[in-house]
Ligand binder design. Sequence first.
Ligand code: TYC
Length: 113
Amino acid sequence: MITDHIMMADKDDEPGTDAGVITKTRPRTQRPPLYKVLLLNDDYTPMEFVVHVLERFFGMSHAQAFELMLVVHKKGVAVVGVFSFEVAETKVAQVMDFARRHQHPLQCTMEKE
Ligand code: TYC
């Protein structure tokens, strides 16, 4: 664990009480960066295909998937999940590959949160 401290004689034996000197430690926890996976609207991909993608790759119920598909359809883009870099990269690749295999122009991207 990395800590910040400047060691000074703490004459009264009470931590953190020497005038003007920081003596308390600050533990630094490591949190991995998170990545948003975004789904983009287009004019050609069928709505049912997008619903299926959200169910299949993002574990959503049919109702959740339908609702989020409509958000993308109306607003142009939506966050469909937040993941570690590796999981986000895999989801994007799975969606792009699935769309390509079905000859739909659906676009899926990721960005750092
Ligand atoms: N706009 C598409 C249509 O009207 C549906 C659609 C929704 C496409 C979401 C892509 O990410 C998307 N058929």
